[in-house]
Design a protein around this ligand. Structure first.
Ligand code: TRP
Ligand code: ZN
Length: 881
């Protein structure tokens, strides 16, 4: 596709592939520096292709070592080959077989796409366009083939040989030190789902029997010595498999399901058919080295990749513009799984926090794009919060609008109609239209229009007429290449809350379509009238965050604090308190900018104290409710001319005031929260720790006599990583006495465990102190750090760029320059990871003028590098637009 459309790929240019590949037989002879790949492709002309149409296969940096068509060599007139392309000028008009040999150097592959080695283990990553780095192919998701893979390697180097599907045969190659395995995957699949792994790995076994009685062998493969850290991942896998049967009627469809953990991986994990490959941080866990958050992430990522077996693999994407068809839907599914396994409100609040901290800024900046983009320069740059997280919100809204039953019916129809196909967002929506009878034309705009809508609401109560009115106004901001926006379908889950906290009944409603407790906004303006309301209600709107919008409400602080205490919807109780805190922090920031005193809001401080004391609330919920909006949240609310130092001052000031005012109470509650028995990662005990560690943060920053000692003891006495890391973080971030000793003792204890070192790097990189940048630079020379390892790089430089507002945005520009230099140094080696790091600049235009100019200069400097990768060039250029 790219060769035809120089300068990018457009959705409207989609054409079905001119040739079809039915079978792929691979023979891969592994060697570290010279791997030989023999691919036998069974090809035929597609239905509407004229005979004699050239066959053009994709390649990326390939070395052709042999080529036969139907067993015969081709002459130079019959084909042309370059590293990036193989063209057969006049293929036979009937079916034919192409034998292609390529030679690869896995050791030299630093991009971690295609075939590479991680800690000596051979592994592959083919999504999105990595298969073309292994052999020439129609490397696009709508070419579905049946794969057989023969893998051969030195026995000592790679005793374990894994491929997609089921194992057919394995054995020694006599007279040599080599052996082989043949894997066959009966399910037709796109090339991006191909995988192989070969190495000296330990296997942690498991088994699962599906609802219909199929026995599935499960295996998790890790480096020797890590077997003891796979229990949680295996347990999560079995629970995911059961859940997909119960919640969506989806069973597993092969005899084996293998997962391999590797330590060099560009992203989180990959759903290759029957052979998922994971970043080891989403597999390995034990109480001493993994936090509660790690356990929750592992559960979610295991579920996500497993759920792709149906939403992604059995039904895949027609083209990469449809990425959200598998990703948004699968994120929705993994969110629902975690909600069922844990606390639904707590999960929803965490997901919305993530959406607001990652997707909202993306949608508000130069990198904004629709959930289904229509144009890309580099598809790797579209694995974004918008495609994943906003994509999941769109599926969630569909469920909210249609109701549980019609939603499930639509999903069932989707699986029935499109199993085995590569399809589109339109086909997905059509299933819901058929199942529900609802017209979804306007709803489909959620896939097309970028930018976060704002919904402004005004309320009015007429006591005499007993009528309550809500006036809604929606607007969608202009985004790159989309200046005019159409009004969207916006579901508002709501209640009118009475004085006692109950949801008030009303006699009639007019002004918008309503189904149960869901209002459907469709026009730019709606005046919604409720009759028969005997008291002034407080409206609770967008319950459960029923739409990914920014709500501008006319509620007063008292109204919000009322909802914070009384709303029947736990999400909106949390949201109400956040809204009060956010507006108070914006006011505080404005004061800090003017160098005047920051007034603290006593009502808020009191409300936070009350939440901490409220034993009717889940501790996990109390932890979330007590967490103040982040510096990035405050900056986003301010929107333009942001001074990150003023933001931090305001936030520090409020945190300290809350801590001082509630110090005695917080200390007493902290002391009362002890968790007996050995560490368990379940939601209830994790919630307890989260609450206790949130109180610890306040106490650490309180300046109250004796509290520093509490933090030191918390760190010293911790019997699990969650508490140890919380203690370390507070010691370092609050600059308490003993911080350096704690860093040293942590390193002493965990210095040989790379994933624990990542946390150690991140704690230091996210401290909002003037000397942090120097420390981060020094840490790049630490023996435990490695530029080549994406986890290390993200833990240090990535965390600094995205998790340290004051120091990345330093007023001397040194933070920007450091990150830009890192991007430039990484560009040749791993452009995908470099481009991701560069996207930390996405909110640069919202900064005040001095910093804005420095950020712009750093971005311009990146664009000037000769031979800049397409990945980094795309991010830099779009950021500057
Ligand atoms: N499909 C993977 C997921 O969401 C994402 C992924 C893993 C990926 N590795 C990648 C995307 C490399 C692009 C490049 O589960
Ligand atoms: Zn995914």
């Amino acid at each position: 596709m790219r060769t035809e459309t120089a300068g990018g790929v457009r959705l409207e240019d989609y054409q079905p592939a001119p040739y079809t590949i039915d079978r792929v037989d691979l023979d891969i002879r592994l060697a570290p520096k010279a791997t030989r790949v023999s691919a036998r492709l069974s090809i035929r002309r597609s239905d509407n292709t004229a005979p004699g149409t050239p066959l053009v296969l994709d390649g990326d940096g390939l070395k052709l070592a042999g080529l036969l068509l139907d067993g015969s060599a081709l002459t130079f007139q019959d084909y042309s080959a370059s590293p990036d392309r193989l063209e057969i000028s006049t293929p036979p008009s009937g079916p034919f077989v192409l034998d292609i040999s390529t030679e690869l150097d896995p050791d030299a592959n630093t991009k971690l796409m295609g075939l590479y080695r991680s800690q000596g283990t051979y592994c592959t990553q083919c999504e999105a366009e990595g298969f073309r780095r292994i052999t020439y192919f129609l490397d696009r998701p709508d070419v579905l083939a049946i794969y057989s893979t023969r893998i051969e390697a030195r026995k000592a180097e790679a005793p374990v040989l894994l491929g997609n599907g089921n194992l057919v045969e394995a054995g020694e190659i006599e007279g040599t030190d080599r052996h082989f395995a043949i894997w066959h995957d009966p399910h037709p699949k796109p090339s991006y789902l191909f995988a192989l792994v070969a190495g000296d790995l330990a296997r942690v076994p498991g088994e699962f029997t599906t609802a219909s009685g199929r026995r599935v062998e499960l295996g998790i493969y890790v480096e020797h010595g890590n077997e003891g850290q796979c229990g949680w991942a295996l347990d999560s896998l079995k629970r995911s498999m059961r859940w997909d049967e119960q919640a969506f009627g989806r069973e597993y469809d092969l005899d084996v399901f293998n997962i391999v953990a590797v330590s060099d991986f560009n992203m989180g994990a990959m759903e290759n058919k029957g052979l998922n490959i994971f970043n080891d941080k989403y597999i390995l866990a034990d109480p001493d080295t993994a936090t509660d958050q790690d356990y929750a992430n592992i559960e979610a990522v295991i579920a996500h990749e497993y759920f792709h077996n149906w939403t992604g693999n059995r039904i895949t994407c027609r083209d990469w513009f449809q990425l959200c068809l598998k990703e948004g839907l699968t994120v929705f599914r993994d969110q629902e799984f975690s909600a069922d396994e844990r606390s639904r409100p707590v999960k929803r609040i965490s997901d919305v926090r993530l959406l607001k901290s990652h997707q909202f800024p993306e949608d508000a900046g130069p990198l904004a794009h629709p959930v289904r983009p229509r144009f890309y320069q580099e598809i790797n740059n579209f694995y974004t919060a918008t495609v994943y997280e906003k994509g999941a919100e769109v599926v969630r809204m569909l469920k909210t609008l249609l109701g549980d039953r019609a939603f499930r019916a639509g999903m069932d129809l989707f699986f029935e109609r499109h199993d085995g196909e590569a399809t589109t967002v339109e086909a997905f929506l059509e299933c819901f239209r058929t199942a529900s009878g609802e017209d979804l034309e306007q709803f489909a705009l959620w896939y097309e229009q970028a930018g976060t809508p704002t919904v402004a609401v005004k309320s009015h109560y007429d006591a005499e007429a007993k009528v309550f009115t809500l006036s809604f106004n929606q607007s969608i901001p202009p985004t790159p290449r989309q200046s005019d926006k159409k009004p969207m379908t916006i579901p508002v889950r709501f209640a009118l809350v009475g004085k006692d906290g109950s949801d008030l009944a009303y006699e009639a409603i007019s002004g918008a379509e309503a189904k149960g407790d869901v209002l459907k906004l469709q026009a730019p303006e709606h005046t919604v009238t409720f009759s028969g309301i005997g008291e002034r209600p407080i409206p609770s709107l967008f319950r459960g965050f029923s739409a990914p919008v920014i709500l501008e409400s006319d509620l007063s602080e008292e109204d919000y604090l009322f909802l914070a205490g009384k709303d029947g919807d736990p999400f909106n109780r949390w949201q109400a308190l956040q809204s009060v805190a956010l507006s108070s922090l914006v006011t505080g920031t404005n004061a800090a900018v003017k160098d005047s005193t920051i007034e603290v809001d006593d009502l808020l401080i009191h409300a936070l104290g009350a939440v901490a004391e409220d034993e009717s609330l889940d501790p996990a919920f109390r932890a979330l409710a007590l967490q103040l909006p982040s510096e990035a949240d405050i900056a986003r609310e301010i929107g333009s001319n942001v001074d990150p130092d003023a933001v931090a001052s305001a936030r520090d000031h409020l945190r300290k005031a809350v801590a001082q005012e509630n110090g005695t109470s917080f200390a007493r509650i902290y002391d009362s929260l002890s968790i007996d028995g050995p560490y368990r990662p379940d939601a209830a005990s994790a919630g307890m720790r989260a609450f206790r560690n949130t109180l610890l943060e306040y106490l650490a920053h309180s300046g109250i006599e004796g509290e520093a000692e509490r933090v030191r003891a918390h760190f010293r006495d911790a019997d699990n990583m969650t508490d140890r890391l919380a203690g370390l973080t507070q010691l370092v971030h609050a600059r308490l006495e003993g911080a350096d000793e704690a860093l040293a003792s942590y390193y002493e204890r965990h210095g040989t465990h790379p994933l624990a070192i990542d946390k150690w790097l991140t704690v230091q990189a996210t401290a909002g102190h003037p000397d942090t940048l120097d420390k981060v630079k020094a840490l790049t020379a630490h023996p435990a750090f490695s530029f080549a390892n994406p986890n290390r790089l993200r833990a240090l430089v990535g965390a600094f760029a995205t998790g340290n507002q004051t120091q990345f945005n330093r007023i001397d520009g040194a933070g920007f320059n450091f990150v830009a230099d890192t991007v430039l140094a990484l560009d040749d080696k791993n452009p995908q990871v470099a481009a991701r790091l560069l996207s930390a600049f996405r909110s640069w235009r919202a900064l005040e003028a001095t910093r804005r100019i420095l950020a712009e200069n750093a971005l311009r400097r990146v664009t000037e590098k000769p031979n800049l990768s397409r990945d980094v060039k795309d991010i830099a250029e779009r950021s500057l637009q």
